[in-house]
Design a binder for this molecule. Sequence first.
Ligand SMILES: [Cu+2]
Length: 186
Amino acid sequence: MTKKFRIVSTALAAIALALTATLSGCASAPAEPSVTATDVWIRAIPDLDEQTMTGLFGNFTNNTDTEIKILGGTIDASIADEILDAHEVVMDDAGEMVMQEAVGGIPIPANGQVELKMGGYHVMLWNLKAPLEVGQKVKVILNFSDGSSLPIEAVVRSTETEGEHYHESEGEHHHGTPTPATSMSN
Ligand SMILES: [Cu+2]
């Protein structure tokens, strides 16, 4: 009986060891990414003759007690230029809305959120290699100022489905053709 018990206890010890290994494996990984994202989408570009750049939008949540900035990201080089830039839209001296690099990154307040939207903050995709069709899913990796990064699958949408946002940010121009500056904004 003693011998039998010993075998059983050895087996249990092995299981316990395996469990310990599994648990410590989990413990060493962050419980939750410092930044999480929802509703991430990219504006469709069905015709590269019209435009070869577009923007990525969505809601980003900072799960930490410290401000974190979205620095930019990367994308597969078969889709666009590999490096994605953090951008913002501002009014220039002439009163035109223009986009520019968000210097230092796009801030997400501690324990807060930022919405990347048309006419505001966005992540820029340059030199698309192929048209981006509505419904297509695109993988990107975004990089943050705390050194973390987040792989995201963004869905390609048309601006029509985001019409309200677009018009809001365009103000009085919403019935006209977008000015070059406005179309630059994404
Ligand atoms: Cu831009």
